[in-house]
Design a protein around this ligand. Structure first.
Ligand SMILES: C[S@@+](CC[C@H](N)C(=O)[O-])C[C@H]1O[C@@H](n2cnc3c(N)ncnc32)[C@H](O)[C@@H]1O
Length: 394
């Protein structure tokens, strides 16, 4: 169910809008839990055996699993309902955002003098991957609409989309990742941190809570989210600089940061931009610094059905770079960006909101890591766990 956002920029929905949001979250939960289980069953009992009979071998890849499932009634129902529900997510919040435009602008003006900043570049042209496609079917993508509207649509839409799994401030990923790193590497004490592709900064802020002495900079190419995110942060009393900048062409000098991180970001970049983003992270890190990405788990570490289950978005949810990203080996990508092979690491962290603090501590301090292939890794459904990878700069 939708968890009501708990911050000053949250919506004040009409009764109909609130009911609509709850309905869409409920439908999504039914699709991503119940229908997903039916899809898995149909794959095992119908689609994979049929594929085997036709090809003389089991499905070996995400692509094979897709071929096996295409045309199966369970797949058709799952996919058509998911596409419709995705469109309903954004539709359920758009009228409320429009109505709220004046109040949001007032909040921005009222907080202008508070610690933190938003730095926009009037001549900046956002790259086409963020502007030319309605990414995850979000109308206007990250750059469309008036003023801060796209930021507000993202915030409120994500609350409906995530069915309560990301918490009432949508920061479960940031909280889980920061808690994991703090406990796994207690000696790590960054003084300057950079979030790349922050959107509205919902997963940037937990890092400032984890390392209050460190300066937090959050960049993105889309102005609406930066403006909205900066105001959102100020209203929560968190100091951060939101800057319009591309991750693959950072304006910072070499060795500027101890931590360069992102969440749910790399899979929205074209391959060359992603490679450059990693190389730029390496350049701006100080020796001893850490690059860290929360992302979807790689296909190479998953069984065909589980791999395709996540790749679905690339085909049906306007995520053109998703599968290309998931087909890459993150370790190899880090190495080509300049990081040493031995300095790479990856992990799966249980959602702190769902499994609790103790489970994160256990994951961070035990060698018996959760397996990437586990069904709940990267799946927005009951029991979600987050995949992360990173590398130290020596
Ligand atoms: C899925 S959102 C990131 C979500 C967010 N980090 C989170 O924690 O949920 C992807 C973001 O990347 C931004 N973006 C796309 N290309 C970029 C680039 N080259 N540099 C910086 N940001 C970029 C988009 O504008 C969008 O806000």
């Amino acid at each position: 169910m939708t968890l009501e956002l708990q911050h000053a920029m949250k919506a004040t929905p009409t009764a109909d809008e609130a009911a609509r949001g709850r309905f869409v979250s409920g439908i999504r939960s039914f699709i991503l839990n119940d229908l997903a289980a039916d899809l898995g069953h149909a794959y095992q009992t119908r689609a994979a055996p049929k594929f085997r009979a036709a090809n003389g071998h089991d499905p070996k890849t995400s692509g094979d699993a897709h071929k096996a499932l295409r045309g199966d009634p369970a797949f058709n129902i799952y996919s058509s309902m998911r596409v419709q529900a995705q469109k309903m997510v954004w539709a359920s919040v758009s009228a409320g955002v429009e109505r709220d435009a004046k109040r949001l602008a007032e909040l921005e003006a009222q907080t202008a003098g508070q610690p933190g900043s938003v730095q926009l570049k009037p001549d900046f042209i956002p790259p086409r991957n963020a502007s030319a496609v309605d990414v995850h079917l979000m109308p206007g993508s990250y750059t469309g609409g008036e003023g801060m509207a796209a930021g507000a649509v993202y915030d409120r839409g994500l609350a409906v989309f995530s069915m309560g799994l990301m918490g009432s401030n949508l920061d479960d990923i940031g909280l889980s990742m920061a808690a994991y790193i703090k406990r796994r590497y207690p000696e790590f004490a960054p003084t300057a941190m950079l979030d790349t592709g922050c959107t509205i900064g919902h997963n940037s802020l937990p890092w400032k809570h984890a390392y209050p002495e460190a300066k937090l900079t959050a960049i993105d190419v889309a102005a609406p989210g930066l403006r909205y995110g900066s105001t959102r942060a100020k209203l929560q009393g968190v100091e951060a600089d939101f800057v319009q900048m591309a991750s693959d062409e950072l304006d910072f000098p070499d060795a500027s940061f101890d931590l360069v991180f992102s969440s749910m970001f790399l899979h929205e970049l074209p391959k060359k931009v992603r490679a450059k983003t990693i190389a730029e992270a390496y350049r701006v890190l100080r020796p001893g610094g850490l690059m860290l990405h929360m992302e979807l788990p790689p296909n190479g570490q998953m069984a065909p059905f589980e791999a395709f289950y996540l790749d679905w978005d690339s085909y049906y949810n306007n995520e053109p770079y998703y599968k290309g990203y998931r087909d890459e080996d993150p370790k190899a990508v880090c190495e080509s960006g300049g990081f040493g092979a031995d300095d790479y690491f990856q992990f799966v962290v249980p959602s702190i909101g769902i499994y609790g603090d103790e489970a994160v501590t256990q994951a961070a301090t035990s060698d018996a890591a959760h397996a990437v292939g586990a069904e709940t890794t990267g799946r927005l459904a009951e029991g979600v766990m987050w995949f992360g990878f990173g590398a130290w700069k020596r």
